[in-house]
Write a protein that binds this ligand. Sequence first.
Ligand SMILES: *[C@@H]1O[C@H](CO)[C@@H](O)[C@H](O)[C@H]1NC(C)=O
Ligand SMILES: *[C@@H]1O[C@H](CO)[C@@H](O)[C@H](O)[C@H]1NC(C)=O
Ligand SMILES: *[C@@H]1O[C@H](CO)[C@@H](O)[C@H](O)[C@H]1NC(C)=O
Length: 426
Amino acid sequence: MGFWGCKVCNFTKFPLNSWPWKCLVLVTIVMVYKAMLLSKISWSNVNGKDGVIGLEEEWDYGVRRDKFVEVPQIVWGLNNQKIAFARACLTARMLNRTLLMPSLSASLFYKEIDQLEPISFDKVFQLEKFNSMCNGFVRVGRYSEVLNASEVVELTKGSGRKWTDERDIGQLREFGNDPYDEYEVIRILGKNPFLWNDHWPVKEYAKVFECLVLVDELAKEADRVISRIREAVPRKTGSLEPAPYMAVHMRIEKDWMIHCKKREQRSKINEICSSKEEITQRVGNIKGLNKPLAVYLAVADSLLEDETILSGWDDGLLPFEKKRLGVKDIYDKYPYLIKSAIDYEVCLRANVFVGNSFSTFSNLIVLERTQKMIHSGLSSTCSSGLSWPSYAYNIKGDFDGPKRWMTNMSDISLQTISYGTNQVSC
Ligand SMILES: *[C@@H]1O[C@H](CO)[C@@H](O)[C@H](O)[C@H]1NC(C)=O
Ligand SMILES: *[C@@H]1O[C@H](CO)[C@@H](O)[C@H](O)[C@H]1NC(C)=O
Ligand SMILES: *[C@@H]1O[C@H](CO)[C@@H](O)[C@H](O)[C@H]1NC(C)=O
């Protein structure tokens, strides 16, 4: 008798290999597993600090937690520090080790090492969140996890022209084997990680950047700035959506102009520097914007005294910088690194972003926006009208506007992102 013919469903009648029986067993297994999973999550919510911590401990098949890599203090601009941090993580991953939580630098002074104002990584980014998001890939640990502080071997990075990528990777491989691998800590000495040889593809850096989430205090400050921008332009009546905004990372301060002019001469590329006039004109030529639109100008502090950056914009584009927006007090509370991290967040979350493709700051923002676009299932093509569009104002695009810009996620190194490019892959 078949299953559907049974009126009083007596399961014991079925042989164990019949399909209804198999189905039942399968469903039961799935439900029991699900229940176990749920109880595990709620258990760790009660007992762990965050819930994710419990899960992380449960399922970590990533790098070793009892072997560590220590790196020198991470220095220079926010973008250099983010790249250096990611490079340190990827180096530790290659050695199958946990990276000991490094110090970042709050100030931009770099001539004298004692003025670098070390700031702990977890004062800027959430450590537990980082480890749970990057679980299985890379891991950052605290110095308190080290059992025997005298079990340290030093690895001195080479330098100079003779220190090639091959020699560098050879050295790392050597330190992945005994006798070095036995040591609890490998302490890397020498240059700032930003200057280490690069051995990793863009995708791996992107994965590390994705796990960097600002601590709550700073995320709230960024939210405050972003809501001021969204409120800056009167909304269309009846619209419930938050008002969109554009962010323009304007690099026109004196030091940059000198630097970019030199680079143009050296590299024989004339698409590195853009004047204020070129930027405003090109941005004004972007098609399909919902005007009036608030435009946040991410500029160096020295330009906040320069009223002319607010003039010359297209009628429908309403420019604001920190001062005009009334958020200067928010930024003024913090040192350089934090100011920069807030501006980064504001640019990252803008509906439209326009930057300079030779700026590392702009490049990292476009990298993360490209990654977001791909994750959200939006096409990874450059056709206009998609969400998260980014543009490079230093390169001429359609209708004399700026060029559409996406990061080449299949690039084999971070070279173009660290040093800039005029091939913006759109
Ligand atoms: C790191 O080491 C652990 C333990 O020896 C191993 O299970 C894991 O696969 C290794 N990870 C990598 C990325 O080699
Ligand atoms: C710590 O490591 C050092 C060097 O390897 C060793 O001599 C010492 O006995 C270790 N101490 C402990 C408590 O394991
Ligand atoms: C992206 O990078 C890869 C590897 O360097 C290269 O082969 C490819 O041509 C690049 N694509 C674009 C659109 O530039």
